[in-house]
Design a protein around this ligand. Structure first.
Ligand code: SAM
Length: 335
């Protein structure tokens, strides 16, 4: 029996985020913007390689894999790949983070295959604003696909990046949306990642201020404990008289490093131990090496997991500009 992955600070590493592509069909102002360069196709991990990595991660005690991107459904064959992965690893919790523009026709098949959880990004309740933020007129499709996922019995978390001057005037609409549906609506603080995002401290709508604003429109009760449904890094609140919940994720004002249980693999096979650390471990050369194989890759994952940094290393080590904005794009890390 292989010992489960635990870091030097006693945190067990049970969650892996795998980016399947750095390409996206949206151009969200806070994430990517227009005019990006993408990783060349031959450098992107093949689906068989990702399946190998999932198997190794399972052997090391990882229980949950989240596929992300870029936009996962932009990659050819992604839905079929996810169905295949769910069939091969039925004991693992496989989920996906998506902008939900392309998931529509795949929802029932994914649900049948055992994909029970989906995180969907939606930053506004206004169609025109959606187009201003994302550069595409896909609001109605996303709204429809959220309901489709719920109808298929999936657990849905909707994530909105909270930005001053962009969506801080929309709380009544956000609350109504979450009140009417059995889902988690989570606000994520705007993070200083990516140089073209226009990030600036004054644009951060902090979790504390979001909560104060939300309390003006709803009777909120903290959800205590993890319960049956995993809450991840969010502080969740039940909405009095409503079906859904709202939540706060505060990576900027209140890091959740002490309980962080995740590793990230980028689409070109770099293992990152922290969203805010530039330190990477290269898995692809070992994966593709004719003789090294599984043992070597597992050894790298184990060494990386053991040395997960205890706190965000943004200010200490990261390639950042003079305002502390990380130079790496979020779309290439996978959020
Ligand atoms: N395309 C998928 C999607 O839209 O969810 C997955 C990739 S996206 C990079 C993953 C998550 O990162 C999304 O929820 C997105 O809103 C979030 N994100 C991107 N840039 C961010 C930023 N600067 N601050 C906070 N969250 C950000």
């Amino acid at each position: 029996m292989i010992a489960p992955l635990e870091d030097v600070h006693g945190r067990s590493v049970s969650y892996m985020r795998i980016s399947v592509t750095d390409r996206c069909n949206l151009r969200c102002t806070y994430c990517a913007g227009e005019g990006m360069e993408f990783i060349p196709h031959p450098d992107i991990l093949r689906y068989e390689e990702i399946l190998e990595l999932i198997g190794m991660s399972r052997n090391l005690g990882v229980e949950k894999i989240r596929f992300t991107g870029g936009e996962p459904f932009v990659r050819k064959g992604f839905a079929d790949f996810m169905v295949a992965a769910a069939g091969r690893f039925p004991e693992m919790d496989l989920c996906v983070t998506t902008n939900a523009t392309l998931i529509g026709k795949h929802v029932e098949g994914l649900a049948r295959a055992g994909v029970r959880r989906v995180n969907i990004s939606l930053d506004t309740m206004d169609r025109e604003k959606y187009e201003r933020i994302t550069g595409r007129d896909e609001y109605l499709t996303v709204r429809e696909n959220i309901d489709r996922c719920l109808d298929a019995g999936m657990t849905v978390k909707v994530n909105a990046v909270a930005m001053r001057g962009v969506n801080d005037d929309e709380m009544p609409g956000f609350i109504d949306f979450a009140r009417d549906r059995d889902l988690d609506f989570r606000f994520i603080e705007f993070m200083p990642v990516g140089l073209e995002t226009g990030w600036d401290d004054s644009r951060v709508w902090s979790a504390k201020d979001i909560l104060a604003e939300a309390r003006k429109y709803a009777d909120l009760t903290p959800v205590i404990g993890e319960g049956k449904r995993r809450r991840g890094p969010a502080r969740m609140y039940d909405i009095g008289g409503g079906k859904g919940r709202i939540g706060l994720i505060s990576p900027y004002t209140n890091h959740f490093c002490a309980t962080c249980n995740r590793l990230r693999i980028t689409s070109d096979g770099l293992l990152r131990t922290c969203l805010f650390s530039d330190k990477v471990f290269r898995l692809r050369p070992a994966l593709r090496h004719p003789r090294l194989g599984t043992e070597t890759v597992e050894r790298i994952i184990r060494a990386a997991g053991r040395n997960k940094p205890i706190g965000h290393e943004l200010l200490e080590h990261m390639a950042a500009d003079e305002h502390g904005v990380c130079r790496t794009r979020m779309a290439s890390i996978g959020g």
